[in-house]
Design a protein around this ligand. Structure first.
Ligand code: G6P
Length: 613
């Protein structure tokens, strides 16, 4: 989705904005632009295409100034083109704006402005906002007041950043609802604005996060935060621990490759400080869980989108088996419109890497209105999902840049495991010996994941044999059924191969008709409680002439004997097995896409965080 960067300070704004936008490329975009205040007037460069195109425009026709804003656009209204790319200028040329979100009433506003004689120069919904700001600036209002008045007309969820040549000392930023974040970076005598922290992490780690209905007036000397109604608000400056280097590719070809390999570290960090191995206990203080609360929970809903939803499916098996609390997993876009039966004795747990996915946030709002206890598992510190929750677990993965989520899939699996053990402990459903065993198993995770990564060369051989296929089926069962979904999702996201994940027991009710020599079947069959059922699945697929790639526990010669190829994983306690089984599938998807020469980190049509419905 769209990315925003702004700068005000003594340095040249152009390179700072360009490099900030570069760091937001992972979010997905189809056009890019920037505007800078140069000698008292607004200079604009923008076009469809990648940032290289924008960089060329800037090289051909440089622009320099100390205040500027930039944007990468993911088209919603109007095709990707120069005229539709942001920033958008108002009619007088005195104000310019970038925007994330959709102006839901833009047709109505456009008519109103047309009737006032405004001529629109783009097909975007965004342009109505800047024309409205222009309208109020012409009424001799200051930029802050004009922006406030303009924003009061628009419906929907928005992140907006505005600057004007009339007041060259400031940038105005606003957040309305959940169209992604707006963060202000506090520097020494300079200030930054961005939709996401990685854009500005190289300059500062001091961040102010805007809440919905808040505006920031950003000058080089500092920031003022106001409500959209105009009252001054107190704010907190967060010191973010993220390391800017973790947002760099380093020696790897792609961020996805780097992030797959970071999982030993991210899972070590996930466990660190949260597990008391001596006592056999879990500590998750940010959940704010008390024994009384734990006793009260009658049912848990897990809600999420995409990869996070697959983590939620594993969570269902973990929580139900350890705590005996019933768990329902619901895709957030379904949950929000389904009028789910939720009350005060239920827990709604949202999982979101970005903490800004529009559907997930809407599902959380609904849960809040229904009075449920609201928890989240999120990666981006300070994100909306984290802020609106009663309790949270922060994934300890650092920034995830590749659009296809990898380390932000395995971290919540371990978080959910720890959460289940903690709940089981507090509810008294878990015997001490079993609890100690479950906690002790956590110690194995980083090493087991490392052993999966050590087998990359073998995965590459399988990838080479699969790179030309058009379709692929992934089968899994029990706790590894979601692994089949996730393996298939990884493959389709980045290699554009049609891949379907299926509960293995359902194969005979349909997908079996598809199996022939052109349809490879990836069968996830580690030694877990569903092992024998999976074994018979392989035989059924082979009997229909299918090519079977089995994912099996090391040393399993029975499986090797009946399969065409094997992806090996180390023997793993079954409740933690989804953490290891997904690793070869991530590597498989990665290598197939890389062999096909595709843009692994920014697959077509996809965005890292989907901040529109
Ligand atoms: C997008 C991304 C997926 C991600 C999903 C949910 O579709 O491309 O990789 O799983 O959003 O994102 P979240 O930030 O809520 O985990």
């Amino acid at each position: 989705m769209c990315g925003i960067v702004g700068y005000v300070g003594p340095r040249d704004a152009t390179p700072i904005i360009l490099s900030g936008l570069k760091r937001l490329e992972y979010r997905g975009y189809d056009s890019a632009g920037l505007a800078v205040l140069e000698n008292g007037h607004i200079e604009l460069r923008r076009d469809a295409g990648k940032l290289e195109r924008l960089a060329t425009l800037v090289e051909q026709s440089p622009l320099h100034g100390h205040v500027g804003i930039g944007h990468t656009r993911w088209a919603t209204h109007g095709e990707p083109s120069a005229r539709n790319a942001h920033p958008h200028l108002g009619g007088t040329g005195e104000v310019v704006l970038v925007h994330n979100g959709i102006v839901e009433n833009f047709l109505e506003l456009r008519e109103e402005l047309n009737a006032e004689g405004v001529e629109f120069r783009s097909d975007t919904d965004t342009e109505v906002i800047v024309q409205l700001v222009d309208r109020y600036l012409s009424m001799e209002m200051g930029l802050v007041e004009a922006s406030r008045r303009a924003l009061s007309h628009i419906k929907g969820a928005h992140g907006v950043v505005i600057l004007s040549s009339r007041e060259p000392d400031k940038i105005v930023a606003a957040r309305i609802g959940n169209a992604g974040g707006v963060v202000v970076g506090v520097g020494e005598g300079e200030m930054f604005v961005a939709s996401d922290m990685p854009a500005i992490l190289e300059h500062t780690r001091k961040m102010v996060f805007l809440e919905s209905q808040q505006m920031a007036v950003v000058r080089r000397t500092g920031v003022e935060v106001q409500s959209l109604a105009g009252e001054q608000l107190d704010y907190e400056i967060h010191n973010v621990a993220w390391d800017p280097v973790s947002a760099e590719k380093g020696e790897y070809r792609h961020f996805m490759e780097k992030e797959i390999h970071e999982q030993v570290r991210s899972l070590t960090d996930t466990i660190a400080g949260r597990v008391d191995f001596d006592e056999g206990r879990i500590r998750l203080p940010q959940l704010n869980l008390t024994p009384e609360l734990a006793q009260r929970i009658r049912k848990i809903f897990i809600t999420a989108c995409g990869t996070a939803g697959h983590a939620g499916m594993v969570g269902k098996v973990l929580i139900e088996s350890i705590t005996r609390i019933p768990v329902e997993v619901d895709i957030a876009s379904e949950f929000r419109y389904r009028d789910p039966i939720v009350d005060e004795d239920m827990l709604v747990l949202a999982i979101s890497q970005s903490g800004e996915t529009a559907d997930t946030l809407a599902a959380m709002d609904l849960a809040r209105r229904k009075g449920a206890l609201l928890w989240s598992i999120v990666n981006v510190i300070g994100s909306q999902a984290m802020r609106i929750s009663d309790g949270y677990i922060s994934m300890q993965t650092g920034p995830e840049i590749g659009v296809a989520s990898t380390k932000a899939y395995t971290a919540p699996l371990v978080d959910l495991y720890m959460l289940a053990v903690l709940l089981g402990d507090m509810r008294g459903t878990l015997e001490a010996a079993e609890r100690r065993r479950l906690v002790a198993d956590l110690r194995l995770v980083p090493d087991l994941v490392g052993r999966c990564l050590d087998r990359e060369a073998e995965v590459e051989v399988v990838a080479a044999s699969m790179k030309e296929v058009s379709h692929c089926l992934y089968l899994g069962r029990g706790i590894n059924m979601p692994t089949a979904y996730e393996g298939a999702l990884k493959l389709k996201e980045i290699s554009y191969i049609h891949a379907e994940g299926y509960p293995a027991g359902e194969m005979k009710h349909g997908p079996i008709a598809l199996i022939d020599q052109d349809m490879p079947v990836v069968v996830i069959a580690p030694r877990d409680p569903w092992y024998e059922k999976m074994f018979s699945q392989i035989e059924q697929a082979k009997a229909r002439g299918g090519k079977v790639i089995a994912l099996a526990s090391e040393g399993d010669q029975l499986i090797a004997g009946v399969s065409d190829q094997v992806l090996w994983v180390p023997e793993t306690p079954w409740r933690l097995s989804p953490v290891t089984t997904v690793i070869p599938l991530q590597m498989l998807a990665y290598h197939i896409a890389a062999l096909r020469g595709l843009d692994v980190d920014q697959p077509r049509n996809l965005a890292k965080s989907v901040t529109v419905e």
